[in-house]
Design a protein around this ligand. Structure first.
Ligand SMILES: [Zn+2]
Length: 141
């Protein structure tokens, strides 16, 4: 079982370009090979959603690394974590025909706080798709 707090700390290091720190996490050894893919994915996310905080990008990355599961060509499941303030254990993200993504956290209790903003559940799906995430099942919690 992977500790989401560790994954988040790791993600924050990557977001802040402190990739060297990753080498001290031996349990993520397999992840090191994918750093270039992750860095590419993050720069794509930063282009698409500029001016977000480091923690926003790091939450999206942590979710993409451990909690995104593809259901069909336009439907993904994203695991919820209390650590990130999620009230549900699972979220559905669907890509509409116009290309926009919707997440069912908008319709849940407290979800309205996120209305009008792109939640990190959606960001994690966009990032996971960009990274082609074949390796992510390794870390699926
Ligand atoms: Zn959401």
């Amino acid at each position: 079982m992977v500790d989401i707090r560790k994954i988040y700390r790791l993600s924050l290091f990557i977001v802040r370009d402190k990739v060297d720190f990753i080498y001290s996490y031996s349990e993520f050894g397999q992840l090191i090979d994918f750093i270039p893919i992750i860095v590419d994915g993050l720069s794509y996310l930063k282009e698409k959603f500029p001016n977000k905080s480091d923690s926003w990008y790091a939450r999206a990355l942590a979710r993409a690394l451990v909690g995104v599961k593809k259901v069909s060509s336009n439907h993904w499941l994203v695991k919820g974590f209390k650590y990130f303030g999620d009230s549900s254990s699972l979220y559905n993200i669907v890509q509409l025909k116009d290309g926009k993504y919707v997440c069912d956290c908008y319709s849940r209790a407290f979800g309205f706080y996120r209305r009008g903003k792109v939640c990190t559940h959606i960001a994690s799906v966009i990032l996971a798709r960009k990274m082609k995430y074949n390796f992510l099942d390794l870390y699926m919690i």
